[in-house]
Design a protein around this ligand. Structure first.
Ligand SMILES: [Zn+2]
Length: 326
């Protein structure tokens, strides 16, 4: 008689499958991005990201109350200022839109973990993530100075975590030193350590009004062909003192989540980005896929690959489905 393994024994019933399930998503794993704009009475849906809105501060509480009621405890803030200039001064202005938003959230919802995205591209008129030389090159060390100022201003406003995303070399060292000097030794850094130049960012650039006005970001964001380079990026950030590592985007980069999980012990974050969200929304609006099924499969896939935390525009839906007992 031929002998073989009977794997199907452990799949015979829902209870049996639940019993041996290896990976789970918890509501605490979810980080929900918020886009804050200047002005009053604004709750405008971002056309390429159905269900995601621009909020003015006076309309933000309705969203925050829903987030809290769903059990989501962490938000990632992006500011979209009216005024943009070459040096992105609103990124580090004391009364900048994101600084106001941080204060607003921490006064009304002190338990909420507020993660501040720290970059300049939402604030510069050229849409790049730092200081440009007149020849069009992005200047690394000059950009670090402004990025550090932005981080300190966000910490002063009450941010719980600083999340630098501009992919300048040395950004963790620069921000860590600046935070420590300003008395924020207790504020952790969530580094966008492995961030690729990706076509999946398209809808976000509408959301953050941050599309580069010329050129692209390939001289600072990574080439999507490279994996070993991602490990070098992550190692630098670990040595420089990062408290969390992030991989961005998510779906096309699951291998990088796994590689970082195998190489580093820091909490690992994956960013399930705008283009990934918009594709699911468009396909489900057309009746081509089962949205809940696809999203939950994706979330558990991130966990299986080794992510601890997931930044996702699906967070509210996932939290609702989890409450439904999945
Ligand atoms: Zn940027």
């Amino acid at each position: 008689m031929i002998t073989f393994d009977r794997h199907r024994r452990l799949r015979r019933s829902p209870a049996m499958r639940n019993l041996v399930r290896e990976n789970h998503v918890r509501v605490e794993d979810l980080i929900y991005p918020l886009f804050i704009v200047e002005g009053e009475n604004i709750k405008n849906e971002i056309s390429s990201m159905p269900g995601v809105y621009h909020f003015s501060l006076d309309r933000l509480n309705e969203e925050l109350q829903e987030i809290v009621s769903l059990g989501i405890q962490s938000v990632l803030l992006f500011g979209v200022p009216e005024h943009k200039d070459a040096l992105g001064t609103e990124a580090y202005a004391e009364d900048g839109i994101v600084q106001q938003a941080i204060r607003h959230i921490k006064s009304g919802f002190p338990e909420m973990l507020v993660i501040a995205d720290t970059c300049l591209c939402e604030y510069t008129d050229h849409g790049h993530c730092g200081v440009l030389h007149e020849c069009g090159e992005l200047l690394n060390d000059e950009s670090l100075v402004l990025l550090s100022q932005a981080a300190v201003s966000q910490a002063k406003a009450g941010a719980d975590i600083i999340a630098p995303s501009n992919m300048m070399d040395g950004f963790v060292t620069a921000i860590r030193e600046a935070l420590d000097e300003a008395g924020f030794t207790h504020i952790p850094i969530m580094s966008y350590a492995v961030k690729y130049a990706s076509a999946y960012y398209g809808p976000f650039r509408e959301a953050a009004k941050s599309a580069p006005q010329f050129g692209n970001r390939k001289s600072y964001q990574m080439d999507y062909a490279n994996a070993r380079e991602g490990l070098r990026e992550a190692e630098s950030d670990v040595i420089e003192g990062a408290d969390f590592l992030m991989v961005k985007p998510g779906l096309a980069y699951m291998d990088m989540v796994l590689r970082l999980r195998q190489s580093f012990d820091l909490p690992l974050v994956v960013y399930n980005i705008s283009g990934e969200y918009s594709m699911v929304k468009a396909a489900s609006a057309n009746g081509w896929i089962d949205e809940q099924g696809v999203v939950m499969e994706t979330m558990v896939g991130f966990k299986r690959a080794g992510a601890d935390l997931i930044i996702t525009y699906h967070a509210k839906d996932v939290a609702k489905w989890l409450q439904g007992g999945l």
